[in-house]
Design a protein around this ligand. Structure first.
Ligand code: ATP
Length: 363
């Protein structure tokens, strides 16, 4: 119970810090959020400062107070919504307004907005590095090629990849209090990586992640879209729950690799979305094999694990994407493969998936 008593002492130290607006304790005023105290004495929390002028000094004061507590080995704290909201362009901020969009008097529950978006597809994976972002980006371009008005939202807070995949660097503009998505390869695109510092996002607790995802959905001016593809963070967590709760989700696509281990990943993903009644539109097995010049296939990561998992879970299996070195090369050039090498077998494999998926969308 040593940790409990450390938590109490940390809380007491924070309670001694006063809200300059009211003179009361910042804890009593509810300005501290997401306090966690690790077994190793690492403390994390967020401060929601009452105004921009107070944010920096309040954060420093709170960090100093916590660092002085015996047993605390490390303090990480993040900035506030209000401080950032006072700036004129999107930048990193706190958890209620992590994207720092200046709020209008009343914004609908963002997750229930997206009025002009007919379909929202979440692309998810049990773990990182399976090609989820690559598939999501290429699917979006393939949808656009089919004539669907398409958006791509990179909500992978911990490792945003759209700026690299689509070669997007420009900081998005604000129009009427909404973020204007960038346009690339026929797709309206927005990445959390263009709005927040990923290093800061790493320290975010659940509520901040949820706030960020809600904002990305609600504060971006998506306009009328046939389909919005969302690249979600790897694993199953707060971002997925936020999306699932939004009621806007048409369904989820799970990307996995063939290893037997993938079975557990796929099962987790399927279970999460099913728990919240989000249909599984399909499972994709990526990096399925490498084809040699003579057409022989090497199954580097095992064979058919994701396909088997899908069958066992009674989820639709959408297809295989082999290992195509050109997929990686295209991503490195800042153009998704389907645009970079439209006639390649890899592009054909992605188009095939997009065709299958398109049949599951609302017209
Ligand atoms: N089928 C494929 N063939 C060859 N390379 C691939 C394939 N799919 C993905 N890659 C490459 O694998 C790497 C990881 O892909 P990607 O970033 O899309 O994975 P991810 O699941 O989104 O990872 P994270 O969520 O951790 O960002 C990238 O370099 C990508 O170009």
């Amino acid at each position: 119970m040593a940790n409990d008593s450390l938590t109490m002492r940390v809380r007491a130290a924070l309670s001694a810090v006063a809200n300059p607006r009211t003179g009361r304790s910042i804890v009593a005023d509810g300005l501290t959020q997401g306090l966690t105290v690790g077994a190793d004495g690492a403390v994390r929390f967020a401060i929601e400062a009452p105004d921009s002028a107070a944010a920096e000094s309040l954060l420093e004061e709170a960090k100093r107070a916590v660092a002085a507590v015996e047993g605390v080995t490390r303090v990480s704290a993040v900035a506030t919504a209000h401080r950032a909201a006072a700036q004129s362009s999107p930048s990193s901020g706190g958890h209620d307004d992590p994207l720092s969009v200046r709020k209008r008097a009343r914004i609908d529950k963002a997750s229930d907005s997206l009025p002009g978006v007919r379909n929202v597809i979440a692309v998810a994976s049990g773990k990182g590095g399976v090609g989820k972002s690559t598939i999501a980006a290429n699917l979006a371009v393939a949808f656009a090629e089919r004539g669907l008005a398409t958006g791509l939202l990179d909500a992978d807070i911990y490792g945003p990849s759209l700026p690299t995949l689509f070669g997007l660097k420009a900081r998005p503009a604000l129009r009427d209090g909404k973020i204007v998505p960038l346009e690339a390869f026929g797709v309206k695109a927005m990445s959390i990586g263009l709005l927040v510092d990923p290093d800061k996002a790493l320290a975010w607790r659940g509520p901040m992640v949820m706030g960020a995802v809600r904002q990305l959905m609600g504060d971006v001016d998506w306009g009328a879209l046939d389909v919005l593809v969302i690249d979600t963070p790897p694993g199953t967590g707060d971002a997925h729950l936020t999306l699932a709760q939004s009621k806007k989700l048409t369904g989820a696509v799970i990307v996995s690799t063939p290893q037997e281990l993938a079975l557990a990943d796929v099962r987790r993903g399927v279970a999460l979305f099913r728990t919240v009644n989000v249909p599984i539109l399909g499972v994709i097995e990526n990096m399925a094999w490498l084809e040699g010049p003579d057409g022989t296939r090497s199954y580097l990561f095992g064979r058919g694990g994701a396909e088997r998992s899908a069958r066992e879970l009674d989820a639709p299996f959408l297809g295989f994407v082999p290992i195509f070195p050109e997929l990686r090369e295209a991503s490195d050039t800042g153009a998704p493969l389907i645009a970079h090498a439209p006639d390649s077998p890899a592009a054909a494999a992605i188009r095939d998936l997009a065709d299958k998926l398109a049949t599951t969308l609302n017209p």
